[in-house]
Design a protein around this ligand. Sequence first.
Ligand code: C2E
Ligand code: MG
Ligand code: MG
Ligand code: MG
Length: 286
Amino acid sequence: ASKAEGQNRLHVFEPGLLLVRRLRSQLLDDLRIAVKGEGLVLHYQPVIELDTGRIEGVEALVRWQHPTRGLIMPDEFIPLAEDAGLISELGLWVLTTAVHQLRRWIDDALVDSTFSVRINISATDLQSLQFIEDVRGVLKETGVRPEQVVLELTEVAIVRGNELDRYSLGGLRGLGVGIEIDDFGTGYSSISYLRRLPVDRVKVDRSLIEGLGTDPSQPALVAAVLQLVRACGLEAVWEGVETAEQAEHLRNLGCLSAQGYYFSKPVPPEQVPGLLAKASAESNSS
Ligand code: C2E
Ligand code: MG
Ligand code: MG
Ligand code: MG
């Protein structure tokens, strides 16, 4: 009986696996087309100056507008793009699109020269000397000030990195763009390299502020992280702020910048002018 069952199970299973494989290969074909720029979109999430409520910049977050499956989030297709060798192409599209978008906002006088756009870059981008040339190229093409472009790299990408990466980081820094460590506090013990690396800021992972407002020991932890970051000569941005209490705690602890659903979800570019107008009206009236 157990043998029959086994055979049965095999029978049930195989079409499933095949289906998964076929779906994946179909999805890959679609992704190959999408990274040409056809199916990708960038949404933008504001970074808020806690003191004033001013929007100091936005983070560009890629989404895939799939013809039949709807909007697919990056955690689902970035790994696929990595595996399929499409990540460089995707990275170049994101870089070009985000910086050109910033150029349009500047031209429309919606933002000033302190406003920055943050762009997530993959470990693959960091390892590629071509990427440095691409950044140089898009800055030249658009005439955007390099300080208005901030590249976000995860700790993992940096710490795993070799000498070449460090060289690339220096090369990017040499262009004058900002460098920020993303998801800070989730990777390796990060204290020793924080001082050595040519970075400007860290973006603290949202897991570090989750307990703010509920866990009484959390404010002390946040204060300690802030102190550590500043002792390394850096500044911190706090990500994943979802409640008024969290924002209030961060402000009281002396944190400068934050980002999260409490302020705004990532929005399509056409909604950014509205967010800017609203924030500016609110910060002037307070
Ligand atoms: P990330 O760079 O750490 O981005 C923050 C993620 O948290 C975003 O998810 C954002 O929508 C989400 N988020 C923002 N505020 C809140 C909040 O208050 N609560 C919660 N729970 N989540 C919040 P998203 O857009 O799905 O992106 C996920 C990750 O995908 C990003 O993490 C980044 O690592 C990667 N990614 C996104 N866009 C790109 C890109 O253009 N290139 C590359 N290489 N990676 C990207
Ligand atoms: Mg990021
Ligand atoms: Mg992050
Ligand atoms: Mg992340």
